[in-house]
Design a protein around this ligand. Structure first.
Ligand code: CA
Length: 97
């Protein structure tokens, strides 16, 4: 996958809206949900280490209805909170890529 083509997150501290818009581009099958695999691509695009492992943790943390993906405002907000807790350094560094 040519993940270099993905849009980066906005510089500085992204809002949940910016995060949602950024995340939507990784919905490869356009089913409106971000699966673990799609989240893994998203994390890889940020050069996050252990993307597979963190994607699994992120979906587990955000998937409130346990359908295996992240969808809807509530779950995206939960994933955003997860990202802030676990990926904060990378998110704030994105402006330097
Ligand atoms: Ca999807």
């Amino acid at each position: 996958m040519a993940f270099m083509r993905y849009r980066a997150l906005p510089q500085g501290e992204p809002t949940v809206e910016e995060f949602r818009a950024w995340l939507a581009q990784f919905d490869a099958d356009s089913d409106g949900r971000i699966s673990r695999e799609e989240l893994q691509h998203a994390l890889r695009s940020l050069n996050v280490w252990f993307a597979w492992w963190k994607a699994r943790g992120g979906v587990r943390a955000a998937d409130a209805n346990h359908d295996g993906g992240v969808a809807g405002d509530d779950e995206v907000a939960r994933l955003f909170a997860f990202a802030q807790r676990h990926l904060n350094v990378k998110i704030t560094q994105l402006g330097y890529y």
